[in-house]
Design a protein around this ligand. Sequence first.
Ligand SMILES: NC(=O)c1ccc[n+]([C@@H]2O[C@H](COP(=O)([O-])OP(=O)(O)OC[C@H]3O[C@@H](n4cnc5c(N)ncnc54)[C@H](OP(=O)(O)O)[C@@H]3O)[C@@H](O)[C@H]2O)c1
Length: 352
Amino acid sequence: MAKIDFGGVIEDVVTDEEFPLEKARETLANEKVAVLGYGVQGPAQSLNMRDNGINVIVGQRKEEKVYWDKAINDGFKPGETLFPLEEAAEKGTIIQYLISDAGQMVTWPKIKECLKQGDALYFSHGFSIVYKDQTGVIPPDNIDVIMVAPKGSGRTVRSNFLEGSGINSSYAVFQDYTGRAKERTLALGVAIGSGYLFPTTFANEVYSDLVGERGVLMGCLAGVMEAQYHILRTHGHSPSESFNETVEELTQSLIRLVAENGMDWMYANTSTTAQRGALDWRHRFRGAVTPLFDELYNSVVSGEETRIVLEANSAPDYRERLQEELDEIRTSEMWRAGAAVRSLRPERRKMR
Ligand SMILES: NC(=O)c1ccc[n+]([C@@H]2O[C@H](COP(=O)([O-])OP(=O)(O)OC[C@H]3O[C@@H](n4cnc5c(N)ncnc54)[C@H](OP(=O)(O)O)[C@@H]3O)[C@@H](O)[C@H]2O)c1
């Protein structure tokens, strides 16, 4: 493993020098990988593995035609490489559990019956295992339980692979029955198209993931954007001005520069007026939201967040209620203003 210095803390990272694709192919040569679920991660991981020469079959509920047909369109053949969930699970030696987290809880009693001694049960999220008291997903002792969690959407897992780059993933071993669990994990990580592989635990992966998406990545981002927009509107600024100064400049310019060069560079390359104020207000905002992040972390670790997710996602009218919430955002003045601002992006003018 390579030792990499992350801001003064040395961490292990697996690179393709230690674990090249050829080694992954050798490690998986006698395995049949059954990918259960053909939603978002399922197609990406199974197609990447297939293209990498791994023996892959797909398991998908047949009654839900959309994903079943999608697998057929992608070249999986019913009865040969595409099966109903349980049949695929029985045929595989590595079972990649890539149906939704709520779906894993529902299907577990049947999938558990299909697992054979020495199989590996693979996850892309620590959810089902870490919150086993809520999900009931308690694997038998005579299998490996492993994880590779790509750090991005399944769509990026596939598109980066096709571009020839890859995506970074974290990996963990929860249970090593065969003594080969780590080798299997790293081989699968490479085979699904990971660039670099970072060690983690099931618990750390799910805690950081749940905090991140509720926090800066989405919940916090949406919340602070709304707060700033509304304050600007309250003080008489137009919708377009409020949206431009809150969202558009961020997504079209600043965040891309931060991604490229880091935050200090951003501060150094802005006006001195922006620089002084932003450097000072950074401390105020950090102070204001730290207690909220603390509350969020505790809510994740205590299982309250997953309790809410499992309860909400299992409700029969979940999709309708979700749509109502999304409609409320879409039809709000702020995001309607956003749609108008987006339509006026100069590059769109060139395309007309
Ligand atoms: N989305 C991502 O980019 C991403 C990123 C990193 C990790 N992950 C993890 O990867 C795993 C898969 O997530 P995903 O987003 O790819 O899946 P998803 O889109 O949430 O789930 C879709 C799949 O789950 C199946 N499914 C849902 N409920 C089911 C049930 N009750 N019985 C049988 N099948 C059911 C669907 O089939 P039907 O058509 O039959 O419902 C479909 O195959 C999760 O553990 C997730 O946390 C996802």
